[in-house]
Design a binder for this molecule. Structure first.
Ligand SMILES: *[C@@H]1O[C@H](CO)[C@@H](O)[C@H](O)[C@H]1NC(C)=O
Ligand SMILES: *[C@@H]1O[C@H](CO)[C@@H](O)[C@H](O)[C@H]1NC(C)=O
Ligand SMILES: *[C@@H]1O[C@H](CO)[C@@H](O)[C@H](O)[C@H]1NC(C)=O
Ligand SMILES: *[C@@H]1O[C@H](CO)[C@@H](O)[C@H](O)[C@H]1NC(C)=O
Length: 428
């Protein structure tokens, strides 16, 4: 009897409340960006949203051709609306049937401001190995705005219809799809033809072909999130971001620490200074004095390594001839950069992530993929997309820790190696 119950138990298909989405790299005029693909509206439509780890809300440009039988605005006087307004939004108003009027509930809806909507959204479930059946979230809350076009300077409108907000908020994408877990992970692929992956609500396993569980390879460091208000010049509206900062305490080049004013590495209560992770910044951006310190040290070390330098190619300032620069599976063999965290764990950055290859007519060079953020830059270090490629990052908002793998290439796998073949036995 007990054996048959046991067998019965074995054959009941497991259910998962973890979800997965492909993340694709795109290029517009040599500027890379990353989109997350999900299903939106009724009937469900494949939708590409700009991946933004710091954004509070998911937003969709719904003034342009938005048709769905299930979308409905959030009434002004509803508790959901009050909760949206009290928690984080400065400029997010809830909608009412007619815009541009003063509602009795007291909100003014201007056509230039974003407003909140509810619609169906769907993502495949996952067991960390494959995607499974689609799971629909019928009451997904997002805002209607053209934030993604602004971030992309109006480019890529045909591909990108909004923003996937993964910030620290109750209305971010991870918070709405997995109410029981506060963990999500991203793994950006460096190749536009083979997508990387984002996981929601699962902290392990993360299997990548040929069968490597990357969750075993993570280092952990505390994560701090800060609201930083950003004023948009054109509309004079403020939006809030809930960015993720980590405590980098020093930067090494070939094992030697570079000189950094320590004050710059500390984030203040307004979210200024410190080290921020950004999926919408293509290349790592450093405050001017840190940039100079790093490039000086890199130049010195590359001379010792006999690298043949080449004239700078904008926006980069150190470039080397590809000819004669030995390559390994971790990229070109250049001085190694290390970010040392407050808790002494080290994020190693090899050539594949520190250098970008530029091939043009009669030109083949590798440039240090770091740009000068100037003096007044809000964050002193912004770790950008190129540096994140083929690294798995796990954000745990409950324990406030970031898990990072450094490059997966050292484990002979990469972000594009998640097996996206559907296994229908995996369901919610
Ligand atoms: C509007 O959406 C429909 C269906 O998704 C599409 O066929 C049509 O081309 C779109 N129109 C414009 C102007 O984008
Ligand atoms: C708004 O909600 C409050 C509290 O539920 C209620 O007393 C008030 O009448 C509502 N106002 C309108 C215009 O619906
Ligand atoms: C999310 O909601 C919970 C419960 O309603 C609340 O305690 C918490 O402060 C909210 N978190 C944020 C980031 O708004
Ligand atoms: C990918 O997953 C599918 C479904 O589980 C499986 O049949 C297939 O063998 C996997 N591919 C590889 C290369 O392991």
């Amino acid at each position: 009897m007990s054996i048959s119950i046991f067998l019965l138990f074995l054959f009941v298909s497991p259910s998962f409340s973890a979800f997965v989405a492909p993340v694709t790299k795109h290029h517009v005029h040599n500027t890379p960006f990353y989109t997350l693909k999900l299903q939106l509206k009724t009937p469900l439509q494949p939708t590409y949203l700009l991946l933004h780890v710091g954004a509070t809300f998911t937003s969709v440009n719904c003034r342009r051709n938005y048709t769905s039988t299930t979308s409905h605005p959030i009434p002004c006087n509803s508790s959901l609306c009050h909760s949206l307004q009290s928690t984080q939004s400065i400029n997010t108003k809830c909608d009412i049937a007619t815009r541009n009027v003063h509602s009795p509930g007291g909100c003014v809806i201007s056509p230039h401001k974003s407003f909140a909507l509810v619609d169906s959204l769907a993502l495949p479930t996952t067991d960390g190995r494959n995607p499974g059946q689609l799971s629909v979230f019928p009451e997904f809350v997002f805002t209607c705005s053209d934030e993604s076009s602004r971030l992309l300077n109006g480019r890529a409108k045909k591909v990108v219809s909004g923003l996937a907000g993964l910030g620290f908020s109750n209305y971010s994408l991870p918070a709405q799809v997995s109410s029981t877990s506060s963990v999500f992970s991203i793994c950006l692929s460096g190749s536009p033809s083979a997508p990387g992956v984002a996981f929601f609500g699962i902290s392990k396993p993360y299997y990548f072909l040929p069968g490597i569980d990357v969750s075993d390879q993570l280092y952990y460091t505390p994560i701090v999130s800060y609201h930083s208000a950003i004023t948009t010049k054109t509309t004079q509206t403020k939006r809030l971001e809930e960015d993720y900062f980590i405590g980098v305490k020093s930067v090494n080049v070939n094992g030697k620490p570079i000189i950094i004013n320590q004050k710059l590495l500390t984030v203040d209560v307004h979210g200024n200074g410190g080290t921020r992770i950004s999926t919408t910044t293509p290349f790592t951006m450093l405050e001017k004095s840190i940039f100079k310190s790093l490039t000086d040290a890199f130049k010195t070390e590359s001379k010792i390594m006999n690298l043949k330098s080449f004239k700078p190619i904008k926006p980069f300032s150190l470039c080397y001839e590809a000819d004669g620069l030995p390559e390994t599976h971790l990229g070109p063999n250049v001085p190694q950069i290390e970010l040392v965290m407050q808790n002494d764990v080290v994020w190693r950055v090899f050539g594949k992530n520190s250098m970008v290859r530029i091939v043009d007519e009669g030109l083949d060079v590798w440039c240090l993929a770091v740009v000068d953020g100037g003096r007044g830059s809000a964050s002193s270090v912004v770790i950008g997309g190129h540096q994140l490629e083929d690294n798995l990052l796990q954000f745990d908002l409950g324990t406030k820790t970031l898990g990072f793998s450094s490059t997966l290439l050292q484990y002979k796998t990469m972000c594009a190696n998640f097996n996206f073949s559907t296994n229908d036995a995996i369901k919610f």
